[in-house]
Design a binder for this molecule. Structure first.
Ligand code: VGL
Ligand code: ZN
Length: 207
């Protein structure tokens, strides 16, 4: 059984948003096309969902600037612009994303004291979101990942998916990254080292 997990297709990560990923909007038609056939047995999504006082926001650290680093929950933390604040339009899924087939949405980043990049866990692996149990309960063996950002939330979701024992696929043309050189130099290598398959949406045979 195969699942497609759509990561954080939210207005704040799209052009014009608070933490816009360059060309992030280009993944939406690709993801809509992937959903538009019966290849996947299950489609789920994640949503970055921060309280306004979240510790990953530079605005909550007087004297620090956006993209500075600090410690949060004992872990190195990049300080982001305020983004995906609960119940704001920036946190909503893009109106262009087809959501009809999304059976479940896993929210993350709600604890102000720790960030959450992966759709499976917070960054300290303290608390699960329930995504892994949901997938296992549906007898999913293969997990396909798409969305934003390729070097953060999609990346860490892929690593955790592989750790849970799912055969994991990273759909490269359905992903855009915040730092493209980091993606090319580090992320791809680490995915390959974990036996995660980097594929194109066109490798998926539509039936
Ligand atoms: C993300 C940075 C901060 C992501 C979320 O969705 O990749 N990146 N919060
Ligand atoms: Zn976030």
């Amino acid at each position: 059984m195969k699942a497609l997990i759509i990561i954080d297709i939210q207005n704040d990560f799209l052009p014009g948003g608070a933490l816009a990923v360059n060309k992030g909007d280009e993944v939406i038609p690709v993801i809509n096309k992937l959903q538009g056939n019966d290849y996947f047995d299950l489609i789920a999504a994640t949503q970055d969902w921060h309280p306004q006082n979240h510790g990953s926001f530079a605005s909550n650290h007087p004297g620090k600037k956006q993209f500075d680093k600090t410690l949060l929950g004992g872990l190195e933390q990049i300080l982001w612009p305020d983004h995906c604040v609960q119940e704001t339009s920036g946190a909503e899924f893009s109106a262009k994303l087809d959501t009809k087939k999304i059976e479940a949405i896993f929210r993350k980043g709600m604890d102000p004291d720790i960030d959450s990049y992966s759709g499976f866990f917070d960054n300290g692996k303290r608390k699960e979101t329930g995504l892994a149990a949901f997938l296992k309960g549906r007898n999913i063996k293969e997990v396909f990942l798409a969305g934003l950002a390729g070097d953060f939330c999609v990346y860490f979701s892929a690593l955790d998916s592989a750790d849970y024992g799912f055969k994991t696929y990273f759909i490269e043309d359905a992903v855009r990254s915040i730092d493209i050189s980091n993606f090319e130099k580090t992320v791809k290598k680490n995915l390959i080292d974990k036996n995660i398959s980097i594929i194109s949406s066109t490798d998926i045979s539509f039936r």
